[in-house]
Design a protein around this ligand. Structure first.
Ligand code: FES
Length: 117
């Protein structure tokens, strides 16, 4: 039976000596440069990335390849960012995503409706 952790950083991340500074929910972190935001947060011990809109259940990355959307966070004030697809940058301000977010688009208004008879 396999007992070692399934999450393993790729070798380039594990060997990186450069780090960048960022914050997660105002907590300062030093993470390896070149890693994804999701990998960096997981390596820093963060286990709760967001909460579901309905039950507020905690969520964390699952696929690490842009498919499941479980890794959504707010980055520099922009919500709904897939943290597994974004590389860390110096000074990033990351926040957990709590509940539902407003949609960014404005639906077109209906000007008039003609009824054909
Ligand atoms: S972990 Fe699945 S989309 Fe990011």
């Amino acid at each position: 039976m396999r007992t070692d952790p399934l999450f393993q950083p790729v070798m380039s991340e594990a060997r990186s000596t450069r780090t960048v500074s960022l914050t997660f929910n105002e907590q300062p972190l030093q993470v390896p440069a070149g890693s994804s935001v999701a990998a960096a947060l997981l390596m820093s011990g963060i286990q709760r990335f967001r909460a579901t809109p309905v039950s507020e259940a905690p969520r964390a990355p699952y696929c690490m390849m842009g498919v499941c959307f479980e890794c959504l966070v707010e980055i520099d004030g922009v919500p709904n960012r897939q943290s597994c697809l974004i590389e860390v940058r110096e000074g990033m301000r990351i926040r957990s995503q709590e509940g539902a977010r407003d949609l960014m688009f404005q639906p077109a208004t209906v000007q008039s409706v003609e009824v054909l008879s």
